[in-house]
Design a protein around this ligand. Structure first.
Ligand code: F6R
Length: 261
């Protein structure tokens, strides 16, 4: 794991955008794994800017979103279909036929999940997976206790996550209990993971994920086993890390040949 701590979420998102842009430039037919929620919004804004001002071309990119609520019409304002449309898809030139988001209205959920996994394999696997982190350490919607080998499937949200996400709904009762999410095994198969976390509310989950034991109780900790995971934090999210000074020193003193941003 490489831990990158920057003063603000804006700066950390800018570094994330440069990493995604580099991936797209080096391999224009890359497969990107996409996250939703508050965390990646600035990253998506920056990618949209790069598309317009630097002609960053997404036309050959394939994308797979991590998750979607079960039972909501795709037009519902809180779906991740709508989120992605508003925050990224309407702003860059991704080809519609290469965009994939789990279908929360699938009639046969297990068959849909198996087909989603197959589509990821058919696309050649995910090159770069963007991730946020739940305050309880979840990745995607793999809540604490999720199997470390899990694949795309239906999951039940914890009450804590439903409360955290109530801000996107008119009433907290409207937050669905069920979601379809890529599994932890699916996420671990991606060639590179970029985990973003901002704000004090994430500090405990970040510390447990980065410096705690690897455990299903903290899904984010599984990234310690990922061969190429970068964790981008603002100072608040990094505030409970015991080795923060060391990570900062390492990042700011990389040998020139190792500097990739
Ligand atoms: C969203 C997702 C979730 C969020 C996490 C953090 O696609 O997979 O794991 O990344 O719940 O949400 P925010 O960014 O809203 O704090």
């Amino acid at each position: 794991m490489e831990i990158i701590i920057l003063p603000t979420a804006e700066e950390a998102s800018e570094v994330a955008a440069r990493l995604v842009a580099r991936q797209v430039l080096e391999k224009p037919e890359s497969v990107l794994g996409l996250a939703t929620g508050s965390t990646p919004c600035r990253l998506y804004q920056s990618l949209a800017r790069k598309h317009h001002s630097e002609a960053l071309d997404f036309s050959r990119i394939t994308s797979f979103n991590l998750d979607e609520y079960v039972g909501l019409d795709p037009a519902h304002p809180a779906t991740y279909h709508r989120f992605m449309e508003e925050n990224l898809f309407s702003k860059v030139n991704l080809a519609r036929e290469r965009i994939h988001i789990p279908d929360g209205l699938a009639a046969d959920v297990p068959a849909h999940c198996a087909a989603y996994e197959q589509a990821i394999r058919d696309a050649g696997g995910i090159d770069l997976q963007i991730l946020g982190l739940g305050a309880d350490g979840h990745l995607g919607f793999n809540e604490p206790g999720s199997s470390l080998a899990s694949r795309t499937r239906i999951k039940t949200l914890t009450e804590g996550t439903r409360r955290d996400n109530a801000r996107f709904f008119t009433s907290s009762q409207d937050v669905p209990h069920h979601v379809i999410t890529m599994g932890l095994g699916t996420i671990m198969d991606s060639r590179m993971c970029l985990l973003l976390a901002f704000g004090k509310g994430k500090a405990a989950a970040v510390a447990a994920s980065v410096e705690g034991s690897v455990t299903a109780s903290v899904p984010g900790s599984l990234l310690q086993f990922h061969p190429r995971a970068k964790v981008l934090l603002d100072v608040d999210a990094a505030s409970e890390l015991t080795r923060a000074d060391y990570y900062q020193w390492v990042y700011h003193n990389k040998p020139a040949w190792q500097t990739d941003l």
